[in-house]
Design a protein around this ligand. Structure first.
Ligand code: ADP
Ligand code: ZN
Length: 727
């Protein structure tokens, strides 16, 4: 009898064998196809892998596959190969990797969603009726004529001002029109800007590699027109009947970018991000697989989308840490994009004004081709960054007199101001005036943050909240004082200091509602806002064309983080925030307030720019054998009791040391920087080696024992390859 191995969406590091009953002989599952199989007492959806003649499990104990789902596999060969690669590279169970690659819908539901027909074509009767002129109603004739030119969908009616859907319904009822199969959307390209010479060289470097793998680092200063280069390369890709994949860091960024892509490529653009519902995601996924979507724009998980005619991948803001998934399957979408491009023999473009040190090292090694845009596309000059030493100065809501004067001047000229403060909420500390105790979360090692709008003390790590007074167990009658500055308080203070200015705040609290950010961006572009206040969301590529002053209210809080990447992050953040200034033809000014005016990183970024900083940082990393020179992995563990995770890692360390080659460096287990989070105790151990392969080999050997020890110790282990966050 025939046997098929099946991957289930579980964190178990194995696949399962099932029998193929005779009833399935006619249509056995193909590799990558979904199947229903009995598992324990229930039935589960899994992915069929290879067929085989025998199994290590005794035949009588094998159960049969219950049903084969869908007409065709949901994973093609390319996707299965990528999954295998990712499972091996990230040391993650194949079943969970496959689960992460699919839209949730396909993991949960047996049946595919009913797709509302979105395309129609004339029937034979319709052709005759139109030819004979027997269609009287003008609207009906108009619609038939449109479809006579080409089968199509809603896009044909983008400018229609009548109820075309009901006309179509009527025509379908009359048998003159019928739903048609989805087909690749014909792209009608909108107008393009004429590329300047730097942009042309960059686009040409990508286009020249159309049929081969090539990694291109597009390093262009903020406002240099990187997006126009992507558009030109994509246009070429579409002309060759291929699909393009564009990754962006965050949902916040997508709106403006998508609008630009839609203006150029119309309805051929599909979007995937975490803000969509299960059904919408599923429909977009199907439209990509069928070739209907020609350009997919999406956040991290879109890197897995099924694009059978993939011809180009773009990773915008490639330095952004949000490309790394920080829990469960800890993959880097940027790195997966590179592997995918390589497997598919297509070019991949990594774009940024502040490339990651990893990518710069790859340029140095000759692995990536670098192409640069050194000046801004329009007539705007680069903004000038000034360092404001605020030591000993009197500050109002964190702002010096100099910054306040600059804001006032800017408002007088009728220009926009942006204030950056990377702390949301009203005040980051609530202190009892009797005993001096700060309020802490009772499930995390973290202080609570006061949010005035909600009148609540919130934990930013587990999202729990308390009323302002409650939860302080320090004194009988605690008297709570609010200390420190968050964006909410800054907004309040600014409104008081500049009463006639219109202020808006962009942070995770104000954009919680789906439409909120769009509305704010529209108001900003319509010049209905004078002062924009926000957190690092502002640094992520948003385009505010009339901002001429950027104030970085507090640059200090990040200067002393213990994470070896903290300085790189600060450098990128400062350059990106500064890049919001002066994007139109008005010159921009950036004021960075600090108590550390001589800090070497700050100085170098301000005086010499990102390139110079990156060169210094790379030399330091090389000296210390830190990534990108040398490989790193972190073994993490979580437990519900205080010492279990640490003890487990201690045991694992002994196990690994017995097997480890001498060149591999294993740290002692450490409690995580925030040891307790959402009631769980966390610990970690850092592995370093000159070659990544040494870490991989060791983990592969040790994993079975490690999993077993974790089960006994009731600890949840996690392997983090190429960690972004080392605390
Ligand atoms: P980046 O993505 O590098 O920050 P954008 O692509 O957003 O830059 O371009 C910045 C601005 O310059 C945009 O307003 C864009 O329309 C304009 N721009 C880009 N390329 C050109 C060009 N070749 N000619 C004129 N304007 C351009
Ligand atoms: Zn908490």
């Amino acid at each position: 009898m025939d046997i098929v191995s099946v991957a289930l969406f579980t964190p178990l590091r194995r696949v399962f064998d099932y029998l193929l009953p005779e009833s399935l002989n006619a249509h056995p599952p193909r590799p990558g196809q979904r199947v229903m199989v009995p598992f324990g007492r229930a039935c589960r959806i899994g992915i069929a892998l290879e067929r085989k003649a025998g199994s290590d499990i005794e035949h009588s104990r094998l159960k049969p596959v219950e049903a084969v789902l869908d007409a065709a596999p949901v994973f093609d060969e390319e996707a299965l190969a990528l999954a295998q690669w990712a499972a091996a590279y990230y040391q993650h169970p194949l079943g969970d990797v496959l689960g992460n690659m699919l839209p949730v819908w396909l993991r949960r539901h047996r049946d595919l969603p009913v797709v509302p027909t979105s395309r129609w074509a004339l029937t034979a009767d319709g052709v005759t009726a139109l030819a004979q002129g027997s269609v009287r109603a003008a609207r009906q004739r108009e619609v038939l004529e449109k479809f006579a030119a080409a089968a199509g969908g809603a896009a044909l009616f983008a400018d229609a001002d009548f109820a075309w859907r009901s006309v179509i319904k009527r025509l379908v009822a009359l048998g003159l029109l019928a739903p048609s199969e989805p087909a690749p959307t014909r792209v009608v390209e909108g107008a393009a800007l004429e590329l300047n010479s730097e942009q042309q060289i960059a686009a040409q470097a990508i286009i020249a590699a159309a049929d081969e793998f090539r990694a291109v680092l597009l390093q262009g200063v903020t406002g240099s027109g990187k997006t126009e280069v992507y558009l030109a390369a994509i246009s070429h890709c579409l002309a060759r009947a291929r699909q393009a994949l564009v990754l962006v860091p965050e949902i916040a960024l997508t709106e403006q970018l998508v609008a630009r892509f839609r203006r150029r490529f119309g309805s051929a653009v599909g979007v995937l991000h975490s803000g969509l519902g299960e059904r919408e995601r599923m429909l977009t996924w199907s439209a990509c697989a069928s070739g209907e979507v020609r350009i997919l724009i999406g956040t991290r998980s879109a890197v897995w989308a099924r694009l059978p005619q993939l011809g180009l991948i773009v990773v915008d803001e490639e330095h952004d840490p949000s490309y790394k998934q920080q829990d469960g399957f800890r993959y880097s979408a940027r790195d997966i994009a590179l592997v995918r491009a390589q497997n598919s023999h297509v070019p991949v473009v990594l774009g940024s004004a502040t490339p990651s040190l990893e990518s710069l090292a790859n340029v140095e090694r000759g692995k990536y081709l670098r192409t640069e845009l050194r000046s801004r596309a329009g007539s705007a000059p680069m903004p000038v960054i000034e360092c404001l030493d605020v030591r000993g100065l009197e500050l109002q809501a964190g702002m010096s007199a100099q910054l306040l004067t600059a804001i006032g001047d800017c408002l007088k000229r009728g220009e926009q101001v942006m204030l950056f403060l990377n702390r949301r909420g009203y005040s980051p500390l609530l202190i009892c005036r009797h005993c001096g105790e700060p309020k802490r979360c009772d499930r995390c090692d973290a202080f609570l943050v006061y949010h005035k709008g909600a009148d609540a003390a919130r934990c930013h790590h587990c999202d729990r909240q308390w009323s302002r007074q409650a939860g302080a167990r320090c004194c009988e009658a605690p008297e709570i004082a609010l200390m420190g500055l968050g964006t909410e308080k800054l907004e309040e203070a600014v409104a008081e200091l500049f009463p006639s200015a219109r202020v808006c705040r962009i942070d995770r609290d104000t954009v919680r509602r789906k439409e909120a950010l769009r509305e704010m961006l529209e108001a900003i572009n319509a010049r209905e806002v004078d002062i924009i206040i926000g957190t690092q969301m502002l640094a992520k590529g948003l385009d505010f064309s009339a901002v001429t002053l950027v104030g970085v209210v507090d640059a200090d809080s990040r200067l002393y983080s213990l994470d070896f990447r903290a300085e790189e992050r600060l450098a990128q953040l400062l350059i990106q925030v500064s890049g919001r200034a002066g994007r139109a033809n008005l010159p921009g000014r950036v004021m960075v307030q600090t108590h550390q005016p001589h800090h070497p990183v700050l100085r170098q970024i301000i005086d010499e720019g990102y390139e110079a900083y990156a060169a210094t940082a790379l030399a330091q990393r090389r000296e210390a054998a830190l990534p990108p020179y040398g490989a790193m992995a972190i073994l993490r563990a979580e437990s519900s009791t205080p010492s279990a995770a640490l003890k487990f890692l201690g045991d694992v360390r002994r196990l690994l040391l017995a097997e480890a080659p001498a060149e591999l460096d294993l740290s002692y287990p450490l409690p995580a920087m925030m040891e307790r989070r959402a009631g769980r105790y966390r610990a970690l151990m850092v592995m370093r080696a000159a070659q990544r392969i040494d870490i991989g080999r060791l983990l592969r050997v040790a994993l079975p024992a490690l999993d077993e020890m974790a089960g006994k110790a009731r600890v949840r282990p996690a392997i983090d390859i190429d960690p972004q966050d080392t605390l």
